[in-house]
Design a protein around this ligand. Structure first.
Ligand code: NAD
Ligand code: MG
Length: 397
């Protein structure tokens, strides 16, 4: 299995950790948890893309040994921000991989997008415990990623709240007794809006998620529901079920984070407040638990939990992701790359919201499905898809 087996972990020493993407939403929440229990963790390395001010502040706050900025042009800024502190400084994409390759016990993979694939793989290849927030690497290169996990005996602990929920209630010893996984979805900020009213939505409206505070890309993915499509493919790779055993259910309160149904009719669910610090704490402390400052659930105040089927007309991204999962091969890689470009163009106000899935579909149609036999093959398809998606996005601008 690709997921961690608690029976293999015995250590009581402080955990040394590396956070890839510490300046982001998941990364900052991880720092928040670590800073609350400084005796339990040693921070080996932190990485960020270009926000050197925040990266330096975090590195000083948790006494990191190494800080890495991915943008090489920001090296001197980071060096200056950390002058006088005994913190090593490095820059550039190779330095990210080096940070992940250092012998820390635990790595948070929380870079957004396929940009996080190589560093997450570096952590996997040396057999680390990897808290996996970055779903795009499983969508883009799921088979290769999981093969590397098994070969290196690394332990993946899902951080995505739905997958953390499933991991907590999935009986891996009786996987054949699982009939279905149900991924819950908030429905995003536009759940109740007509298609016509979505033609002019702005990035500011799209990133204003009703329940979760997250980075810009995943917030737009939640608004298109591509996020749930990516999570469908993520779940397929993480859990021993077929694609047709994974369903999606809209649950606007985001209290039930996902469910596993067994052949006897039992449904097991994990519930919690919509606060990423709960699934992050689960992954960080695994196989133990740690205190998280998330608001305890007051079900008597929430009183009502509701559910509805997702609307495939308003959210075509769900269909695209399901088709990509069924097609396999290069199609999920293309889906992910095209979506990354379309979302970026939308955030830069160069593409209309409703054109995001259109660009993704046109890109998928333009690239014949092929079997992928190597990681280089993944990277090459990813590059081709980005270029074609950009051309389609530019035509529609
Ligand atoms: P974010 O945009 O807030 O942070 C992304 C991090 O990646 C930042 O540290 C940024 O500096 C870094 N980064 C971005 N581009 C990079 C590049 N090219 N090279 C190196 N570093 C780069 O994103 P987030 O919301 O924290 O999400 C991170 C990942 O976790 C995503 O894959 C997302 O789907 C997943 N996730 C996030 C949440 C959430 O609540 N935010 C929940 C579930 C899953
Ligand atoms: Mg999620």
């Amino acid at each position: 299995m690709v997921l961690g087996d608690p029976a293999q972990i015995l250590d009581e020493q402080p955990k040394s950790v590396c956070i890839l993407g510490s300046t982001g939403s998941v990364g900052s929440n991880t720092i928040d948890l670590i800073a609350r229990e400084p005796d339990r963790f040693i921070v080996d390395a932190l990485t960020g893309h270009s926000n050197v001010e925040l990266l330096a502040e975090q590195a000083i706050a948790v006494s990191a040994r190494l800080a890495v900025v991915a943008d090489p042009d920001r090296y001197l800024d980071l060096k200056n921000a950390l002058s006088g502190h005994a913190i090593e400084v490095a820059a550039g994409p190779d330095a990210l991989v080096d940070a992940a390759s250092r012998p820390s016990d635990w790595v948070m993979a929380s870079i957004v997008g396929a940009a996080g694939l190589e560093s997450a793989l570096a952590a996997v290849r040396r057999g680390a415990i990897v808290g996996l927030a970055n779903k795009e690497c499983l969508v883009s290169a799921g088979e290769f990623f999981c093969r590397e996990v098994i070969a290196s005996n690394a332990k993946l602990i899902p951080v995505d709240s739905e997958h953390s929920a499933i991991y907590q209630v999935f009986d891996f010893d009786q996987a054949e007794s699982v009939s279905r996984i149900v991924l819950t979805a908030s429905g995003g900020p536009f759940r109740e809006r007509s298609v016509a009213s979505l033609s002019k939505v702005t990035p500011e409206q799209a990133v204003a998620h009703p329940n979760w505070s997250m980075g810009a890309k995943i917030s737009v993915d939640s608004a298109t529901m591509m996020n749930k499509g990516l999570e469908l493919i993520e779940a397929y790779h993480l859990f021993p079920v077929r694609g047709d055993q994974i369903d999606i259910l809209v649950h606007p309160q985001s209290v039930i984070h996902s469910m596993v149904e067994y052949v006897d009719g039992s449904m097991l669910a994990q519930l919690g407040s919509p606060d990423m610090r709960t699934p992050i704490a689960y992954a960080l402390a695994w196989p133990d638990r740690m205190v998280a400052p998330s608001e305890p659930l007051k079900l008597e105040d929430i009183a009502t939990l509701t559910f509805e089927a997702p609307d495939p007309v308003r959210f075509p991204a769900l269909r695209l992701a399901r088709e990509a999962l069924d097609a396999g091969g290069s199609t999920p890689t293309v889906l992910n790359a095209a979506n990354e470009i379309a979302v970026l163009q939308f955030l830069n106000k160069k593409l209309a919201f409703l054109d995001i899935p259109v660009v993704v579909e046109k890109t998928i149609d333009a690239i014949p499905r092929q079997n992928l036999n190597s990681l280089d093959g993944v990277f090459s398809i990813d590059r081709e898809a980005r270029q074609i998606a950009l051309e389609h996005a530019t035509q529609r601008a």
